[in-house]
Design a protein around this ligand. Structure first.
Ligand code: SF4
Ligand code: SF4
Length: 356
């Protein structure tokens, strides 16, 4: 039976929850090469709640240090085109300082591994991930417009450096297949322990929404499927409706049925939790709506002129060149080209992009 720890915590006393997580889920780290992977979506300030909070990272690093590993690396591949932005993404949120000298740009070195031939025959995975004896994943409790939630499984998408993530977004062609790809990536190197920052979570139009939610919890598990099932339940979303969890169960990675999960702590749904506005968990099972999505009828990015600074980041980073700058210095989307990958929304530094 899988276990998930739910432990009350603030950022000030997070070490207690981290210690408890290691008690419940003991891992032998002595003499091992340890990779600690926070969720670093992009450059942001810690208080924006977009990335794993530095207090959580620091507590995990300090705990791991006491366990005498051979080496520690703290790293992630932020966003979809992180060339040159890796260090800045960590620095802006205080994560380099929290990493206590163990930060490394893991996007600079990778190794090719076999993947799903339906999408890409091979992908490059950060060498630091593949070389690690132990991988500790530090996801963030957040919603996500494309996958409803972003949690333990999706945090592993960051083991892919560079533009591969965008290619896979593009090749997936829609939310259901994209969620299956997430599991395919996750399977390339299943982490050994998950410690989730749910002290401050995100609801609404994630993964870079301004709607933060004080939750006051740290979650931990050695099984991502169980952890994500608990998170979905807290969000008010029935876990079995998420294609990510269905596929993960089909692959033998765990079970999302709560009767198979021992919850250590109190599991209760968060009242009036705001899921993404277009109700992704409903869309995921409706083939007719899937076809509509694929036919580019719904869900298009829209830049808010009051927030957009005309920086052009979204245009540069759209994998299929669906965005162009209008005469008013506000980006416009070509609906026939856009594949609804939401990458522009994730990466807009002004949070100016909504989905309509
Ligand atoms: S990234 Fe955001 S702020 Fe920059 S041009 Fe695009 S919508 Fe505007
Ligand atoms: S416009 Fe945005 S949502 Fe559409 S394909 Fe480009 S990055 Fe993806």
């Amino acid at each position: 039976m899988s276990k998930v720890m739910i432990h009350p915590s603030t950022y000030e006393n997070v070490r207690q929850a981290v210690d408890r997580a290691f008690e419940i889920f003991p891992v032998e780290l002595k003499g091992k090469k340890v990779l600690i992977k926070p969720n670093v979506l992009r450059s942001s300030r810690a208080e924006e709640g977009i990335v794993t909070n530095p207090a959580v990272l620091r507590a995990v690093v300090e705990k791991v240090e006491t366990m005498k590993p051979a080496s520690i690396i703290v790293g992630d591949n932020p966003g979809l085109f992180n060339y040159g932005a890796n260090e800045e993404s960590f620095r802006s949120a205080g994560l380099i300082e929290a990493a206590k000298g163990y930060y490394q740009n893991i996007g600079n070195d990778s190794r090719k591994v076999d993947f799903n031939p339906a999408f890409l025959p091979t992908v490059n995975v950060s060498r630091a991930v593949l070389d690690a004896d132990i991988v500790i994943s530090l996801p963030k409790f957040k919603t996500h417009g494309l996958t409803v939630m972003t949690g333990a499984i999706k945090n592993s998408y960051g083991i892919l450096p560079g533009a591969q993530k965008a290619w896979l977004h593009k090749e997936s062609g829609g939310p259901v297949r994209f969620q299956e790809i997430l599991v395919d990536v996750f399977r390339l190197r299943v982490p050994d322990l998950f410690i989730m920052d749910a002290v401050v979570g995100m609801e609404g139009n994630g993964p870079a929404s301004p709607d933060l939610r004080d939750i006051g919890l740290i979650l931990a598990s050695d099984n991502a499927v169980a952890m994500d099932a608990v998170v979905a339940t807290m969000m008010g979303c029935e876990p079995g409706r998420l294609r990510t969890l269905q596929k993960a169960r089909e692959c033998g990675l765990g079970d999302y049925d709560l009767s198979t999960i021992e919850v250590i702590g109190e599991l209760k749904p968060l009242p009036d939790f705001k899921l993404p506005p277009f109700s992704g968990e409903v869309l995921l099972h409706n083939e007719a709506i899937q076809t509509l999505i694929h036919n580019r009828v719904i869900m298009r990015p829209h830049a808010d002129p009051d927030l957009c600074t005309g920086c052009g980041t979204c245009i540069d980073q759209c994998a299929v060149s669906a965005l162009s700058m209008g005469d008013d210095n506000i980006p416009r989307v070509d609906a026939d080209t856009c594949i609804s990958c939401f990458c522009c929304q994730e990466l807009c530094p002004e949070k100016a992009i909504t989905l309509k």
